[in-house]
Every structure is written in structure tokens, then in C-alpha cells.
Design a protein around this ligand. Sequence first.
Ligand SMILES: Nc1ncnc2c1ncn2[C@@H]1O[C@H](COP(=O)(O)OP(=O)(O)O)[C@@H](O)[C@H]1O
Ligand SMILES: [Mg+2]
Length: 264
Amino acid sequence: MKKIAVLGLKGGIGKTTTTVNLGAALAEKGRRVLLVDLDPQANLTLALGFQAVTDLSLAQFLVNKASFHDVVRFYNKNLHCIPASGNLAKLDRLLIKLHEENPFRPFVLKRAFARVPACYDFVLFDCPPSRSMLTINALSLADEVYMPIQCHYFALESCRNTISLINSVKSRFNPLLTLSRVVPVMGDPRKHVTKNVLRELRLIFGDSLSHTLIRENIALVEAQGKRLTIFDHDIRCHGAEDYAALAEEVLSQMNAERTLLLTA
Ligand SMILES: Nc1ncnc2c1ncn2[C@@H]1O[C@H](COP(=O)(O)OP(=O)(O)O)[C@@H](O)[C@H]1O
Ligand SMILES: [Mg+2]
């Protein structure tokens, strides 16, 4: 089970779209995927057509008032989701208080995850755009971080805070955490700005920059409105093509790492 936090300390940069559609692409390729909505705004939950109900959602699961089977929702056979609701914000405030008393106490996500069945190949956490305790919980539990970055000139400035948060959680709570993939999103490969930003990102992030550019594509917006993944909305659009390519990249890198381990 690979646990990936999709992170960026800014709203509107493509975290939820990437969580939903990368998850859906991995599910299309036969992997079992669990998406966890950690954002009290519940965009991921709504984007998959589920309701953000307070009584059977992530907050209840985290405080052990609901079982995994009570809260899990099935988008399709391979793509499942633990929905969020507004009461996650209340839980976050409680976790901040507990954190002030004892920095190691409020790791509710790690504890709750012992109750998630081991059948999933991937767990993707859709993080809120803030340094909330829920974000810190996700980073403390995740193996890797994926960071979407918009192909705009000021994108690099905006990801500094995200990288410093990753480093801080890594040094305090999760030494194995890595920023393993920076995903350029909302770009247009014909435009100078996209080419320049990609060149700059390659210099900074090297191989951690994914080779797949998620192009700007209105179908991704429409799919959210229809409460469908991009594959169920329009399998031939650029968005579907790009997220399928990103999933392929993720899987082939995992295979390469496995081969390296076996031959070491
Ligand atoms: N590649 C893309 N092309 C066009 N619109 C996109 C793309 N990715 C995301 N969007 C749109 O941008 C908005 C913000 O994306 P979202 O994934 O919700 O960001 P975040 O979760 O970081 O707040 C949404 O309306 C979404 O549909
Ligand atoms: Mg979001």
C-alpha cells in the first residue's frame, strides 16, 4: 500500500483534480485505490458524486465513532473514497489544542489507518490548502508527497511554503517522507510561459518533475460539475490522456524501483 499526500498550500492549484483523476487512472489500470478527502470543503467528495454528510464521514472514522465500512464509498469497483464533511474543521481545531499540550498526541490519522483494509494498492490524500493539523497528519503518515504546480511565472514562489512544511514534518515526525513528484498542471505546451516554467522546474526538481504535463483542459472542469472522473466524462480528451500518462509514469517508476531492489 503506497500512501501519497497530494499537497500544495494554495487553493485552486489542481490538488483535488489530480487526486481524483490520477486515482481514477490507477484504478482504470486495475489498481485498487482509496481516496481520502481531508479538506473540510469536501470538494473531492462532491466531485465523485457523494454527499458530505456529517454523521458518516472521515471525522467520525478518525475519532472511532464509525467503522471503515460505515464510511467508505464506492465510485467503482477499484476506486473508493472516504468522504469529508464540514465537521473536519471542528476536529482540526481540537487537534490543534491537543498538539499544544503534546506535539505527538494528535496523530489520529495514523491510528485510524490501522483500521483500513490492506487490500489497497494506493491511498491518495487530498490535503486542504493550509498547514492544518489534518495536513500534518497526512504528511506524518504518507510515504510520498505529490505537489501539483501551475505553469505560471509565480508558481515557484507559491511552492516555497509547501516545501518548508514537508521538510518540517520530515524532520519532526516522518523521516522517510519524500517529495517524490512535482506535477506541472494547467499548462499549454505551445506557450512560452509553459515552456519557460517547465525548464525552470526541471533545473530545480530534476527527476522529481513528472514528465507528463497536465494540460489546461476544460473537460476536467466539466467532469467535476458532472460528478464524474475524467474517464467517465470524456475518455478521449486531453485531461484523460494526461492523467492516464501520469499513472503510467507512476507505475513504471514503481516497477523500476522494485527491479532495483531485487537486483541490489
Ligand atoms: N488541467 C486543468 N485544466 C483546466 N482546469 C483545471 C485543471 N485542473 C484543475 N482545473 C480547475 O481548476 C479549479 C481548481 O482545481 P482544484 O483541483 O479544485 O484545486 P485545489 O484542490 O488545489 O483547490 C477547478 O475548477 C478545476 O476544475
Ligand atoms: Mg481541493
